[in-house]
Design a protein around this ligand. Sequence first.
Ligand code: ZN
Length: 297
Amino acid sequence: MTTARKPPPPLFGRPRAEVEAELGEREPVRCPLCHLEPKRFATDPQGFHLARCPGCGLEFQSPRPPFERLAEIVYAREYGDLADTAAEVTPEKRARYQRQLDRIERFLGRRGSLLEVGCGAGAFLRVAAERGWAIAGTDIQLSEGARQSGARLWAGRLKEINFGGQRFSTVRFHHALEHTENPLAELERARELLEPGGLLYVSVPNLAGLSPRLKSWQSRWRLKPRPWRHYAALHHLWYFTPESLNKLLERAGFRLRHWETPHVPKPGEAAWLTLLYRRLLEKPRWGSILDVYAQPR
Ligand SMILES: [Zn+2]
């Protein structure tokens, strides 16, 4: 007999004691680039530890909950539910994805096959397919939206999937790399999965953006009611700047082609405000999102 049980509410924003009851265990993490033990600089209100590598400056969570536990509690349980409501391609999403595909096609010089790591509800894959791309995706747990996109799909973590020798002209990590157990290992695997001359696209939160910098400063000086919340440490295990992400890309065998910090307008945002943000944040590359395009060396 099966019992329909209401899933527990998402953990983000819940009190530290509740988070620790589900995710109490912690294990140390070393810098994937330098293999050094990081120095802890803060603990957020939910009890997650933020640390920085003394060698290269890469920031990440350490000690942190075991990845398998996070995969089970956060990604499978909470993202699985989210994915089905995110399948819709809104005009905002379409504009954002078209911009990314414009750049991918410019650097690649053609269309081809695209693998999205962490494909969620499959909204991007649908837009890519409309433009003539052959689409494929992976996710820890495949959503109904992804299944309906017509993409070739694999469930599981990238390192565990056997692609049977298949390679792709583009690999995309869209707000996925900061959730992985080891971003260097993910990028190295992506390098193996790319055809010669292929293109990697990565989008992550930009720790060096103006707004995150301001929030970090406020957190350090205790001027923020919920300090370090902008790190979103329950979900994000790694925190990148253009510099630290580039170090990882180089180590994984990539050469950077282009980076930018696109402004993503909120639904209903006034046109003049969007224009202002574009002028103020996109031009000097101070935005809160970091997009990079890279190719195998
Ligand atoms: Zn390091």
